[in-house]
Design a binder for this molecule. Structure first.
Ligand SMILES: NC(=O)c1ccc[n+]([C@@H]2O[C@H](COP(=O)([O-])OP(=O)(O)OC[C@H]3O[C@@H](n4cnc5c(N)ncnc54)[C@H](OP(=O)(O)O)[C@@H]3O)[C@@H](O)[C@H]2O)c1
Length: 309
């Protein structure tokens, strides 16, 4: 039987933080988790869009417990502020869905000078996860869900000597690098959780080809031919956002979802969420260690697995 949203167990009493919850897959994840009784912190950048998203969920899920939390992943100062506010309100976080992302945009930098896709897709989430660690460790079995993409197949591991791809920037290369980083971050985090004998799990997902604002923004912000092609394609043959959110929801809630697992649609970009084996350089320990050391150094945020809220 395919796994569906109806398989999500009761989430009453659980606290979930979802990044990019003001649209696309993040909004679907927020809606489903709230519908199952979780208190959902909708962490988002565009506040007008976030207020509208909250209204949408509230109108569809009577009694939904929702909080808005401003978060700009392109600013480490904003990540710190958001994490501090979340920790102040919630000493325990059971689910962290690191969902927000950008795809194949023109070359830009974050406030801290990181290449934008690396900064938002990976480094911002790395920092947020590290800062929320005390609350995650206070849960009796937290889940951290990271979102990769088929872009991981063409992405190269971070070269700490040129992480911003200076001099040979390409929008897809940068996306692939950031999405391979999301995968390696998730696997290394899970390894660390297990080494420290914590009950927390880190799981990685690929949503599939889902029609959200991702492709539209990519076409808008780059004007590139391939970006426009994917935008046109996804509108014709993409899954709905609700379908694309299922791997995220399964990783966040299925009691049988194991730490370090990869969930994707059954047919690569389409279909119900299933567990897939990790192959090839997905499993490169060397790349994971390099990424982790680079990310700690650049964000100034470490992961103290002995911390408690
Ligand atoms: N849809 C697909 O086919 C597909 C395939 C593979 C992987 N993915 C991954 O799925 C995730 C969700 O994407 P989506 O499809 O739902 O796209 P989407 O509709 O464009 O949503 C992206 C979300 O990321 C947020 N975001 C962008 N920059 C941000 C920043 N600096 N700080 C905080 N939030 C920021 C956006 O918020 P604002 O509007 O406020 O900027 C939005 O909520 C991404 O990680 C993407 O790489 C999607």
């Amino acid at each position: 039987m395919p796994w569906t949203a109806a398989d999500i167990p009761d989430q009453s009493g659980r606290v979930a933080v979802v990044t990019g919850a003001n649209g696309g897959l993040g909004l679907e994840v927020a809606r489903e988790l709230a519908g199952k009784g979780a208190l959902v912190v909708m962490a988002a950048r565009d506040q007008a869009k976030a207020a509208a998203a909250r209204e949408t969920v509230a109108s569809q899920v009577p009694g939904a417990a929702l909080e808005l939390q401003p978060l700009d992943l392109a600013s480490l100062a904003s990540v710190r502020q958001a994490a501090a506010a979340i920790l102040a309100g919630h000493p325990r976080v059971d689910i962290l869905v690191n969902n927000a992302g950008l795809m194949a945009i023109d070359e830009r930098r974050t406030e801290d000078g990181f290449e934008m896709q690396l900064g938002v897709n990976h480094l911002g989430h790395f920092a947020l996860s590290g800062l929320l660690l005390p609350a995650l460790l206070a849960s009796d079995g937290a889940r951290v869900v990271s979102v990769t993409s088929t872009g991981r197949h063409f992405g190269r591991p971070i070269d700490p000597a040129n992480p911003n791809l200076e001099g040979h920037y390409d929008p897809w290369r940068a996306y692939g690098q950031s999405k391979l980083a999301d995968l390696h971050f998730a696997l290394e985090l899970d390894r660390r959780f297990r080494t420290a004998a914590t009950p927390a799990r880190s799981i990685v997902v690929h949503p599939g080809f889902a029609s959200t604002d991702l492709q539209a923004r990519s076409a808008r912000e780059s004007g590139g031919r391939s970006q426009r092609f994917f935008h046109a394609m996804v509108r014709r043959v993409g899954m709905t956002p609700a379908q694309g959110a299922l791997p995220l929801l399964r990783a966040a809630t299925d009691p049988r979802a194991a730490g370090g697992a990869l969930y994707t649609p059954r047919w690569v970009n389409w279909g119900p969420p299933v567990r897939r084996p990790l192959v090839g350089r997905s499993r490169s320990r060397e790349a994971m260690t390099t990424l982790w050391e680079f990310s700690e150094r650049e964000t100034g945020i470490g992961f103290d697995l002995t911390a408690r809220a």
